[in-house]
Design a protein around this ligand. Sequence first.
Ligand SMILES: Cc1cc2nc3c(=O)[nH]c(=O)nc-3n(C[C@H](O)[C@H](O)[C@H](O)COP(=O)(O)O)c2cc1C
Length: 159
Amino acid sequence: MEEQTRSEILKTIPYGFYITGVVGSDGEANGFTTCWVSQVSFEPQQVIVAVQKGQRTHDLIEQGGVFSLNFLDTGQEELARRFTEPLENRDGTVGGSPYSTGETGAPLFEEAFAHLECRVVGKMEAGDHTVYLGEVAAANLKRPADILTDLDTPMEYGG
Ligand SMILES: Cc1cc2nc3c(=O)[nH]c(=O)nc-3n(C[C@H](O)[C@H](O)[C@H](O)COP(=O)(O)O)c2cc1C
């Protein structure tokens, strides 16, 4: 019972939705929907992202040592859903979503309203996830928008 209460309380933590972009040592780009993200330092500006162990994108972030945060807006729930599935990197797209390559080498998805590029400067084991500490290396705001959050959709991650 307490287990269920813990889950319910954990599910009330609000999150923004992003596609985390990653790239392997052979240049394979990919991305996945992510909500366990937070800023953790002002100077230097650093963020953390928690990545589930055993998934393909975990291997890629380990290899590449960089990631991008691609900010999704309130109209992009379908895109967020698509990036919860394993996707193929083909013809300059990941699962049909075009990207350019940022200065760190991480993919920047064109549909996102803003991008942050980060270099991994630390990591911590966290049970079934690895928490990566990223230092912000570049930023790009493409248009003003409100970020998609778990308050806008039935999609959830946590508990
Ligand atoms: C709302 C939502 C948020 C998610 N947030 C995360 C996250 O913060 N970290 C993570 O590792 N996976 C998260 N996921 C799961 C990944 O999007 C999913 O496992 C994805 O398929 C991984 O890609 P891959 O299989 O190509 O490695 C989330 C899923 C949903 C539905």
